[in-house]
Structures are given as structure tokens and as C-alpha cells.
Design a protein around this ligand. Sequence first.
Ligand SMILES: [Zn+2]
Length: 120
Amino acid sequence: MNTKQQASKLSLRHFKAEMTDMWPLAKGSLAQVHNSCIRPDCPACASGKKHRAFIFSYIKKGRRRCMYVPLELVAELRKAIRNGRLLEARMSGLGSELILRFRQQQSRSKSTKNTRGKTR
Ligand SMILES: [Zn+2]
């Protein structure tokens, strides 16, 4: 099926172009926490303000993992997570697009009586 190959090539090119704007990528969540430190007589801890930190949680092999995020990396990681959600939403649409395109091709080939002996 030559038309099918051309169509998927076109959409792959389209998808790749979309992907260049979706970098960096990450899947997980970012949480801000306020932790106590181990220093005795720490003014920040004594005041209850404590120390701001960011934690990245993600799932690896079915298990939730957490990592502290350096402050300098928070903005980039936030962008990566946002991109990851966009990518997931995009991927969710791809399955139905694939089926719809197949149906269109089927109805097109049926209209030209060009069946390839495949019946259901
Ligand atoms: Zn402290």
C-alpha cells in the first residue's frame, strides 16, 4: 500500500517537527516542601520557615522514586514535565488517528473495488 506509507511518512515528519518544540521531556511531578535541617539553633527552622526544597517524584519499574531537585534546575524540570504531559496527550490521540486513517483508506479502496482478499 503505497498511499498508506506516504501518509504515515508525512505524519511522522509532522510529529518530529512537533517534538523539536517538546524538549526537554520528563514524566513525573514536582513538589515544593519545607524541611528542617540538622543545624542546632538554625534561625530558619526556629522561626518555622524552615528550608524550601523541591522534590521530583517519578515511577520506575512500578515503584515511586523521589529525588531532590537543585534550585537551578527547577524551571527546566517544570518545563520538561509540562512537555511530557503534552506528549502524552498527543500520543493518546495517535491511536485513534491511526484507526481513522485506516478506515478512510479502506472506504477509499472499497470504492475502487480494489480489495486485497482480506475479509473480516
Ligand atoms: Zn534549618
